[in-house]
Design a protein around this ligand. Structure first.
Ligand code: KG4
Ligand code: ZN
Length: 337
């Protein structure tokens, strides 16, 4: 089965074709970073309009690269939520219309399920069950994964998501959007250990997160310095270390609670180099296996949607002819595949 995947939940237009027999056949991405950069964050209306412009050309390109014609496509997967409603509706409308015209089923994919399954596209994918840490711009969640669709949220952020905390802190440090990669780069020139930031909510039991206090901590720490480039780099280093260590402490706790040995880390922040290094070391030392998507599939992409949609279509190819979009959509509400 060849499935066309369409991702338009936020500021990237992602398209891919995944084959249940041959794996990922082609994928393409258009990032809207340049469009939103001058506003310091994503402007939803501009995002929707650009998805309209880019989606059809990207679909043509991906089909060409995969050397497939429309007749070879057996199903169409699209991100139905969570995300920006206007952006979601572009993907949903195009996907449903193509499915109608090509007479194939379509399937509404949960964006975070897409992230969660992204490591399945790698040469050595994880086996079920595992614990998943999903860290993106909108979500921070620890999930117990028994199989596709059997998800139990173990903990989540009570305020800012990890990526959001990176983005907001980056702004305070005078860095552009998107802040995560910019802050990580600045931190590389920081002096380790000059500042020590708190590890929020690690001193009490539970698997929830809270990152908004780190923003205030950044502000007060920065205000007590002369505000030089080196000061900012040192603050960036301490902030990044605090977020990564907090995430790792909770991952270890979740693994122990479930009695699992496998950990999947996905979503935009899983591209963070320090996080990949430190989790790798922790896993090696404590006998866990950790799985990440390749860097380009950590952030939003069409490949993860094509993969997730294919798994669901293989189980249940019938979807009622409605355009389905949900800006808010708890992962736990998904049916098992
Ligand atoms: O998964 P994603 O592409 O979009 C959402 O579903 O939200 O995640 C984007 C988030 C942004 O907040 C971005 O700053 C963060 O991931 N991010 C990073 C890095 N690369 C992207 N955060 C820290 N370090 C990175 N290298
Ligand atoms: Zn995402």
């Amino acid at each position: 089965m060849n499935v066309l995947g369409i991702e338009t939940s936020c500021d990237e237009t992602g398209v891919a074709v995944y084959s249940s027999l041959r794996g990922l056949l082609a994928h393409a991405l258009f990032s809207q970073v340049k469009i939103h950069a001058e506003y310091g964050g994503v402007v939803p209306e501009l995002a929707s309009r650009d998805h309209v412009r880019k989606l059809i050309p990207l679909i043509r390109r991906v089909l060409d690269e995969a050397k497939l014609s429309q007749a070879d496509i057996d199903g169409i997967a699209y991100t139905a939520g969570p995300g920006l409603i206007g952006a979601l509706l572009v993907g949903a409308s195009v996907a449903r219309s193509l499915a109608w015209a090509w007479n194939v089923p379509s399937v509404a994919v949960h964006h975070m399920e897409g992230h969660l399954l992204a490591p399945m596209l790698e040469p050595t994918p994880p086996q079920y069950p595992f614990v998943a840490l999903l860290v993106s711009g909108g979500h921070t969640q620890l999930v117990r994964v028994d199989s596709i669709g059997k998800y139990e949220t173990l903990g989540e952020s009570l305020d800012d998501a990890a990526g959001e905390a990176f983005d907001k802190t980056a702004k305070m440090l005078g860095l552009g959007y998107p802040g995560g990669p910019a802050l990580a780069k600045l931190a590389e020139t920081g002096v380790p250990g000059r500042f020590k930031f708190p590890r929020p909510m690690t001193d009490r039991p539970g698997l929830d997160f809270s990152f908004s206090g780190l923003k205030t901590h950044t502000l007060t720490t920065l205000a007590a310095t002369a505000g030089t480039e080196q000061d900012k780099a040192d603050v960036a280093w301490a902030f990044q270390e605090a977020v990564v260590e907090t995430l790792i402490i909770k991952c270890r706790r979740a693994l122990k609670q479930c009695g699992f040995k496998r950990l999947v880390v996905a979503g935009g922040v899983s591209a963070n180099r320090l996080m990949r290094e430190m989790l790798g070391q922790m896993a090696l030392k404590e006998g866990y296996q950790v799985f990440f998507p390749r860097l380009e599939f950590c952030t939003d992409n069409g490949a993860m949607i094509a993969y997730a949609g294919c798994q669901r279509l293989l189980q249940n190819p019938v979807e009622s002819p409605v355009i389905f979009s949900r800006p808010r959509w708890p992962l736990d509400e998904l049916p098992p595949a």
